[in-house]
Design a protein around this ligand. Structure first.
Ligand code: NAD
Length: 497
């Protein structure tokens, strides 16, 4: 069993870590590695390396930074297959899904390749007589990222390519449940020509996270994970005077109107509820059937749930893999049981599924619960498994009210043939990312990603233009050169002439 080490100052190291955590292969249920759990001294070593590297990296020209970014893009593209295998083995998701995650991360790298125009400021010539005003953006210093298990390659790539392109240095604390992708990516950065110390990885648990939050050498923290931890990160990092963006959990509703193409809607609902075994922050976990759409929709989506091929991620025939741990499986199955106890109808039961040859894997089959009510545990909690709850409401206004009463506001979707209904919906919901006949509306890399309410703490959405703004701060220069159009000084507050 190999031991996964930190990456500090351009090399793998155990640092002072002695504690370890198992890394499973979810398909077999076997331990495949152990990962070191970092101590505060390991975080300090990474911050020290990153702070030293910042002195030179911030001075590198945009041209040189762009060259490194392009080289990194080429390497990630060339090794995407291997990276997807690493993700699939530790996370459990099927290879095609892991490849999709790498592709979406790659798109953020490609966005970051445009850094010269992204940080370009504006210039106001002759703002006052003989006076010009211009602004430009500078990096913050050492930035940290703390990331979840469900996208071990993509979510860190929402952060580090942009932070580094902006001239910062970076310390990543990936999920301890699937940590290998980060070391692999660190080696690609090095091969791309990134100077040692610009990108660092410290593995660990709460101990490493708390050390990051308290470290005076870290200027900004990006977090993606569950809501309770996002709230904690936001509070602690803010109290320590850091810039912070903290993206939390979700309960994403897809509303299906009777005028929608129900077969199309059911197809997309099944894909978005069961893809990656429901372990996506943008997964649809609640289908809201409006009026007469309900019975046919439940029939169609149940049929599609029954057709999903569940199996190990490395098998090309598999469409859906296992969930991340045995504990996650137990929790998901417990919430399904609670739903049934509390009055929901079990249309498809994925509990107890056994995959031949993988009997000890953490598999939960696609599950559909009908007639779920807002008070039930399976609706109130983020299930984060392949479970679709169907709620029935009489009209689109009740659907919007239901969504707005939910504490989360990450993503939502509407299936309809009506432009008027779509417009009413997109204006009415208090949710950050909305899909119209698009079930997983993850914004492209050149827009920014973020939810509302308990799905985001802090002002800044992640990646895209808001990512660039988050990882930089602006200076505005007002300048005149005496002698050209000089005017006399006066004691009143300066106004333009
Ligand atoms: P998590 O909150 O358990 O862990 C996220 C990170 O926080 C990990 O690096 C973990 O080591 C660390 N952490 C865990 N407990 C901690 C504690 N008590 N103190 C300090 N740090 C701690 O999340 P997860 O289970 O890895 O990921 C799934 C969650 O992430 C879901 O809630 C999902 O919705 C959310 N998520 C959100 C988005 C988004 O963009 N909003 C994207 C992906 C995942």
């Amino acid at each position: 069993m190999s031991v996964i080490e930190h990456w500090i100052g351009g090399r793998f190291t155990a640092g002072v870590s002695t504690r370890r955590s198992p890394v499973y292969q979810p398909a077999t249920g076997l331990r495949q590695h152990e990962v070191l759990l970092g101590e505060p001294d390991d975080v300090d070593a990474a911050v020290t390396a990153a702070a030293a590297a910042f002195e030179d990296w911030r001075e590198e020209s945009l041209s040189r930074r762009t060259k490194v970014l392009f080289a990194f893009r080429e390497l990630v593209n060339a090794r995407a297959g291997r990276l997807a295998e690493i993700v699939s083995d530790e996370h459990g998701k099927v290879l095609s899904d892991a490849a999709g995650e790498v592709q979406r991360g790659l798109e953020v790298i490609e966005f970051a390749c445009g850094i010269p125009s992204l940080v370009a400021g504006s210039y106001s010539h002759q703002a006052s007589a003989g006076v010009d005003v211009f602004d430009f953006r500078e990096p913050l210093g050492v930035c940290a990222g703390i990331t979840p298990f469900n996208f071990p390659a993509m979510v860190p790539m929402w952060m580090h390519p942009i932070a580094i392109a902006c001239g910062n240095t970076f310390v990543l604390k990936p999920s301890e449940r699937d940590p290998s992708a980060s070391g692999f990516v660190a080696e690609l950065w090095r091969e791309a020509g990134l100077p040692d110390g610009v990108f660092n990885v410290v593995h660990g648990d709460k101990v490493a996270v708390d050390a990051i939050l308290a470290h005076p050498g870290i200027a900004a923290v990006s977090f993606v994970g569950s809501t309770p931890i996002a709230r904690y990160i936001h509070q602690q990092a803010s109290a320590a005077g850091k810039r912070v963006q903290a993206l939390g959990g979700a309960k994403n509703h897809a509303v299906v109107l009777p005028d929608a193409d129900l077969d199309f809607a059911a197809d997309h609902l099944a894909a978005s509820a069961f893809g990656s075994a429901g372990q996506r922050c943008m997964a649809i976990s609640a289908a809201v059937a409006v009026g007469g759409a309900a019975d046919e929709l439940v029939d169609l989506v149940s049929r599609k749930a029954g057709e999903v091929v569940v199996g190990p991620g490395r098998d090309p025939a598999s469409e859906m893999g296992p969930v991340i741990t045995a504990a996650a499986k137990d929790r998901i199955e417990g919430l399904v049981a609670a739903g049934e106890r509390q009055g929901a109808t079990l249309a498809v039961d994925g509990r107890g599924i056994k995959i031949p040859g993988y009997e000890n894997g953490f598999f939960v089959g696609p599950t559909v619960l009908d007639r779920v009510a807002a008070g039930m545990d399976v609706y109130r909690e983020e299930v984060f498994g392949p479970v679709l709850s169907v709620l029935r409401v009489p009209g689109v206004d009740e659907a919007i009210d239901l969504i707005n009463s939910n504490p989360y506001g990450n993503g939502t979707a509407l299936f309809t043939g009506s432009g008027a209904a779509a417009r009413r919906f997109q204006r009415g919901v208090r949710v950050g990312m909305i899909g119209i006949n698009v079930p997983i509306p993850v914004p492209m890399a050149y827009h920014s990603f973020g939810g509302w309410k308990d799905s985001l703490f802090g002002q800044s959405h992640i990646y895209g233009p808001e990512g660039v703004a988050f990882y930089t701060r602006a200076k505005v220069v007002t300048q005149r050169w005496p002698g050209e159009e000089s005017s006399g000084a006066s004691l009143h507050f300066p106004t333009a002439r």
